[in-house]
Write a protein that binds this ligand. Structure first.
Ligand code: S3P
Length: 440
């Protein structure tokens, strides 16, 4: 089948230097902020993937001009109230939860009804998490009983500032409320469990009226009405969530070595590095720099022979939220039993990722004990897969596909992994980069 990726051989030892694509979270946020700016913003190294193209198409439908030439992008922002569109406009967020949830924050005061739709996976995901706080601002929704997409949103003329407690560790919920707060007169107060903080970093860099107090497990964020955003020229750093596939491939490959250049290692995103280091993987950060408030470094990883099991500290969960499928693979090769707790949020992603993590491991012959919110993985340092494994019907979750490829190349067996076009969501060059490893 043309859309099935077949792996029949384990990867051989390698020593490579690679670059991966621009960061998805930052690419989407840069586009949204630029669409509100007064003037022209430019970016280089924008991630050109389906989630980001869905963002560009959505913004264009709001009457904002965008020019995209390869990874170079120019957005002709028309100010905070510059969106122009007709009643009953339909916006398609496709597969992107980030786009859909952040846009709802920006639409909080829309005086014309907007319909938000998504693909099969996004249409099964939870939107109550953003609908509830937006209703407190005074936003009105047309909804189905399950509170999923498609939905219609219409805002009141004047939004009411709210107090909001974000307790899931979801950056999408937090950012949605920050965006709605930016459109509201008065003080919106957010107490948010720690999660990726690219929105706040951009707000700070743009000198927007937002104050952040950092506490041990929470951030207190005060958002005031934003009247004007200056255009922002940006060089998007590489995505640690894409780098993670190659970090893991290297960690599981004895005597191999990799350098991944100029990756965003923002503290709220570097959980995969911190967790794998605790498991004994040799990871070094070189050439560290700060760029517009974001930390960048080259990541050097060496293949390991002795991997330790982990009782994963729950405080790292949101820092590694998109990388757990990969961390589970490393746990499968560890000596001893690994424990991951409070990770039920994984089942809220593009597919039920906690279930898929267990399914992939079980297919490989690895024992797991799973609850709704946790997983125990019984590692085996000598793990070898010899059987045929088929991975399909996973709602085209890009991370399930790429994790399965890493598992196949690391543990052996004959793998038939369906829906290889799923990589276009976040990491279109994944298989091309991999060719450089397998065709050496
Ligand atoms: C994202 C936040 C995370 C993450 C997603 C991207 C973002 O989701 O899983 O891939 O860019 O804000 P949650 O905020 O729902 O945890």
């Amino acid at each position: 089948m043309p859309n099935t990726f077949v792996v029949k051989n384990k990867i051989k030892k390698f020593n490579k230097t690679i670059s991966v694509n621009g960061d998805k979270s930052i690419s989407i946020r840069w586009l949204l902020f630029s669409s509100l700016a007064s003037g022209i913003s430019t970016a280089t190294n924008l991630l050109v993937s389906e989630d980001v193209l869905a963002t560009i198409n959505s913004i264009r439908k709001l009457g904002i001009k965008i020019v995209l030439k390869k990874k170079y992008c120019k957005v002709f922002g028309k100010g905070m109230n510059g969106y122009k569109y007709k009643e009953n406009l339909t916006i398609n967020a496709k597969n992107s939860g980030t786009l859909a949830r952040l846009l709802l924050g920006l639409f909080a005061n829309t005086n014309k009804k907007i319909k938000l739709i998504g693909d099969k996976s996004l249409s099964q995901r939870d939107f109550k998490r953003v609908i509830d706080p937006l209703k407190k601002f005074g936003v009105v929704f047309d909804l189905n009983k399950k509170k999923t997409l498609p939905l219609k949103i219409i805002g009141p003329e004047i939004l009411r500032p709210i107090n909001y407690f974000e307790n899931k560790g979801s950056a999408q919920c937090k950012s949605c409320v920050i965006f709605a707060g930016m459109r509201t007169k008065g003080r919106t107060l957010i107490k948010a469990k720690k999660s990726r903080n690219h929105t706040e970093i951009l707000c700070k860099f743009l000198k927007l009226p937002i104050k952040i107090k950092t506490q041990k497990n929470f951030d207190l964020i005060e958002v005031n009405e934003v009247k004007n955003i200056k255009p922002l020229n940006y060089k998007i750093p590489s995505d640690i969530s894409s780098a993670a596939f190659f970090i893991t491939l290297t960690a599981l490959s004895k005597n191999s070595k990799i350098i991944i250049r100029k990756v965003n290692i923002n503290h709220s995103r570097d959980g995969v590095i911190r967790i794998l280091k605790k498991m004994g993987i040799k990871i070094f950060l070189k050439n560290k720099k700060i760029y517009k408030g974001e930390k960048i470094a080259d990541i050097l990883v060496k293949g390991s022979t002795h991997i330790k099991s982990i009782n994963c500290p729950t405080r790292l969960n949101s820092n590694a939220i998109d990388e757990f499928l990969l961390i589970f693979l490393v746990a499968a090769k560890a000596k001893g039993v690994s424990n991951f707790r409070n990770i039920g949020e994984l089942n809220q992603k593009e597919s039920k990722r906690l279930d898929w993590g267990a399914k992939i491991l079980n297919k490989m012959g690895v024992r797991t004990i799973q609850t709704q919110n946790s997983i125990k993985i019984f590692g085996n340092p000598n793990l070898e897969v010899k059987k045929k494994i088929v991975i399909k019907d996973y709602l085209k979750d890009h991370r399930v596909f790429m994790t399965s490829v890493v598992a196949a190349l690391s543990f052996g067996g004959k793998w038939y992994i369906h829906d290889k076009d799923s990589i276009n969501t976040s990491f279109p060059s994944f298989l091309k980069i991999l060719d450089r490893f397998t065709l050496q």
